[in-house]
Structure formats: C-alpha cells, structure tokens
Design a protein around this ligand. Sequence first.
Ligand SMILES: Cc1cc2nc3c(=O)[nH]c(=O)nc-3n(C[C@H](O)[C@H](O)[C@H](O)COP(=O)(O)OP(=O)(O)OC[C@H]3O[C@@H](n4cnc5c(N)ncnc54)[C@H](O)[C@@H]3O)c2cc1C
Ligand code: SF4
Length: 520
Amino acid sequence: MATELKAVRRHAAGGGGPLRTGAEYLASLRGRDLRVFLFGELVAEPVDHPMIRPSINAVAETYDLAVRDPELGTAVSPYTGERINRFLHVAGSAHDLVLQNKMQRRLGQLTGTCFQRCVGMDAINALHSVTFEIDAQHGTPYHARFIRFVTDMQKRGFVIGGAMTDVKGDRGKAPHEQADPDLFVHVSRRTAEGVYLKGAKAHQTGCINAHWLLVMPTMRLGPKDRDYAIVGAVPVDAAGITYIYGRQSCDTRSMEGGEIDPGNRKFGGQEAMIVFEDVFVPWDNVFMDGEVDYAAMLVERFTTYHRRSYVCKSGVGDVLIGAAATVADFNGVDKVSHVRDKLVEMTHLNETIYSTGIASSYQAVPMKSGAYLNDDMIANVCKHHVTRFPYEISRLAQDLAGGLMVTLPSEQDLDHPEVGALIRKYLKGRADIATEDRMKILRLIENMTLGRNAVGYLTESMHGAGSPQAQRIQIGRQMQLEFKKQLAMTLAGVGPETAAEVSRDLTEYMARVFRTDRPS
Ligand SMILES: Cc1cc2nc3c(=O)[nH]c(=O)nc-3n(C[C@H](O)[C@H](O)[C@H](O)COP(=O)(O)OP(=O)(O)OC[C@H]3O[C@@H](n4cnc5c(N)ncnc54)[C@H](O)[C@@H]3O)c2cc1C
Ligand code: SF4
C-alpha cells in the first residue's frame, strides 16, 4: 500500500491529469524503486538502462500517436466523458474494435516491434463482461469495483500490463496437483482488508514499463483450484514484487553505444518474469476470488480479443517488406521478376493476417455488460496465420537480403581507419548507395528476423495468446461439421430435402456469419 501511495503522490505532484505525451509517460516511470534484476544485478533506474530504454520508447509511441492522431489513438470514455488513450477504452461497438486493430497496425509500422499495451487493453475488455456475469450469478460486487478501477486508470492515463501466463510447472497437472503450489499464482491468505498473492508469471510483456498489472488465471480451473481463481489489480511498484528481465537475442548490442548494429536502435520489446511474494491486494482491487467456473470464460474472452490483436504483426510486416524491397533496391535487383514476386507473396501473407483480424472485429457481438467481443472463430484463424506467416515473410526477407545479413562486420570495424575503408569499398552494392546505408538495412532485417525484435515478430507470434494447438482446439470446437455435412448431404440427395431446411437454424458461428444487421 505504501508504494501505491507513493505513486499517487507523484502523480498528484505532476498536476494529477492523465499522462498524455510520451515524455510525460517516461517521466512517470522514474524513481519507482522497482526490484528489477538484469545480468545478475539490481537495475538502479530502468528508464536509463540502454537495454531497457528501447522498450520504453515503444510504449511512449502509443502516447505520442494519440497526440498526433487522436481519431486513431484515442476514444471517448463513457466513464469520464473525456478523450482517453484507446488502450484504456472498453469497446462499446464493433467499430471500436476495428479502430483498435487499425491503431495496432499503425504502431507496428512506427516501431517495428511490440509496443506492449494490447495485453492490458484486451484484459480490461474481457473483464468488463466477465465481472458483470459473475455478479449476475453470485451477487458479488466485482463489476462496480472494476469500473472504478478502469475509470481511475483512464483519468490518470496509465499503462496496464496483463499478467495471465503462470510458470505452470508440470503441464500435465492442474494447479492444485503441482509439486510446488506456487507454480500458479494463488491467494496465500485472506484478511478483512484483502488478499495476498504468491507465485510467478512468465513472459510478461512490458510489465516493468506499466503502472499497474492485472493478475488473472491462465487456464480452466476446477473446484480444488479455488485459491488460483483470483483476479486483482496491483501497482507495478507494490511491495513483494521482483522482476527478472528476459534476455533477447543480440540484446547487448544496444549497450555497445553504436547506431548500426542494434538494427532498430530506438524501439524494442520487453518481457520479464514477475515473482509475487505475498503481494497485498485490497478488496477494492479484487475482481474475482474463487469463482472457478469463470476462469475458463475469462481466458477464452481474453484470448478472443488478443488473438486478433495480432494484426500488430501486419504493421511490423509492413516494415520488413519495406526493408526487403529496400535491400533489393540497394543491391540493384529491385526490377527482377522473382524479387517482385517475393514481395507480392510477402504482401499477400501480411494482408491475410490483417484481413482476418479486422474481419473478426467487424463480426463482433455485444456481451451482457454492453462490451463488444470480436468473433472468436476468425480471431483464432487470425492468430493461427500469425503462428506461420511471419516465419515465411522472414524467410523471404532473408532470401532477398543475401548472406551479408549474417556475415557483416561490426560497426567498430566500419569506424576503424584502416579496415573501415576496406568495408566501404568491398561491401558496396549499387554505386550511388552508401555502404553504411546498405549495412543499416541489413541490420534491420537481422534485428527483425534473428535479433531482438524477432522475439515479438516470430516467437511471440508462435506462442503469445496461446501456442498453435490452442487455436486449433478453438477452431475445431466451432467448425460446425454436422451443419456442413447436412449441406453436403442435401446437395447429394442423401440428407434433408431442401437447403432451406438446413439453413433454417443457423447457429453459433454461422449465425454470426449470416447476420444481416449493420455492425454498430
Ligand atoms: C514474447 C512473449 C510475450 C508474451 N507476453 C505475455 C503477456 O504479456 N502476458 C501473459 O500473460 N502471457 C504472455 N505470453 C505467454 C504466452 O501466452 C505463452 O507463451 C503461451 O500461452 C504458451 O505457454 P508456454 O510459453 O508456457 O508454453 P508451454 O506451455 O510450455 O507450451 C510448449 C508446448 O507444449 C504444448 N503443451 C503445453 N501444455 C500442454 C498440455 N497440457 N497438453 C498438450 N500440450 C501442451 C503447447 O501446445 C506447446 O506446443 C507471452 C509469450 C511470449 C513468447
Ligand atoms: S505482440 Fe502485438 S498484440 Fe501483443 S502486446 Fe505486442 S504489439 Fe500488442
């Protein structure tokens, strides 16, 4: 609680209004005394750490975009009546969801990496309807508490991190069956004032760059997992939290002081493990406690939102396609037919990701709470594309880049009085392009397909919001094979007499497909 008070005091000293610009956001992160470990040492001030700063810059861009382009980056809150950052808005229409996707693609284009705020956005959207439905069944006060929390975040313009994935231990066992009970975050004790959390969350995107964390269960739970069915909001600087920073491929390049070798020197992503050692959450910030039946609903709704949030990758893909086209240009082969065809293929794959994400948002339906939820089936198809297409787009980019992408000398050699001249002479492509510019583009492709930002563009595309099999399960559940068999049997003359009979009761996914009212 003391740390929360500290954060509130600091905010009040700054005028108390919402954080609006990237610079204000950056200032708000200073002096929080977070317990962050990196390279076996406590980090004195994450904001000033050269390896951490690019990830903070990426989040700052979500603020600056909102200032530059408020139609895209902000929305009007029904709770404050003010324009707020779109990452803090609960979608009240399909159009809101579509605009989330457009904002995500734009930020992917501007940063070439993960800008980290979608997990929190998708978490508040999912919790809006889930808390409402828990209350309707159990008479609990979660929804009103949750709306108070969201309103407060909107008024302050804070970043919310979504902490869902537990470290999970033995994947074949439920939380209560694990050899160590802390392998899933759980309530270690309850008092009249609130609950205490213990355990650890892995792979937490942007958690150190956030102001608050929403802690949520990671999977379907049974009656014996009651203490694991906990949702709570925790300030990032709460007592008892330790962050252990995740390494990324080639991450120390940003500590070498150069401009070229990091590939993308300004922007990067961030993941860390969060360890909770009896972290206190007052009842006002508890939005589920023991309602095990609703854990699966929360995970499913969150992943439905989040699996189409992966249109962010189409924005990052735009950058990679641009880099591949530029390197072909610098190499003097931009007009060659197979090069052009590869760029077309990359674009086709990239737009397929975008198309399914945006289609999922357009085909949204209202929940009982009034929040809109995008289409589950198409969201899973979108995410499943994302587990594959960025890898193929990267393969094609590496094809067009040539081997130099992985055999380039270092920036220090380029700066050396003797070998620098040799590098400039022998690693030139087209005569009118500086060798240094060719190196910069090659380093960007390396960064996105093998280096720091391959974390977001590739492996996160594979596992984020659930590994590929999780999407196949959801697609399988919703594929309505019986209905499709009926269609076939009708035409083949072995089933119902008429097509009208088959389509009389279009249900579930098909009902959403054939809805004829305009999306609101
Ligand atoms: C870069 C990155 C950022 C992320 N950001 C966030 C974040 O901000 N917040 C958050 O909450 N999470 C985040 N995640 C976590 C993400 O949701 C998980 O990585 C994902 O759910 C897979 O879990 P896992 O990594 O523990 O893999 P594992 O569970 O170890 O899975 C590995 C393989 O085993 C299979 N498997 C696992 N369990 C079973 C089982 N019971 N039965 C059958 N097969 C099984 C999987 O299908 C997969 O093929 C992030 C992940 C990454 C990589
Ligand atoms: S991977 Fe994409 S969807 Fe997930 S937080 Fe990063 S930018 Fe957002």
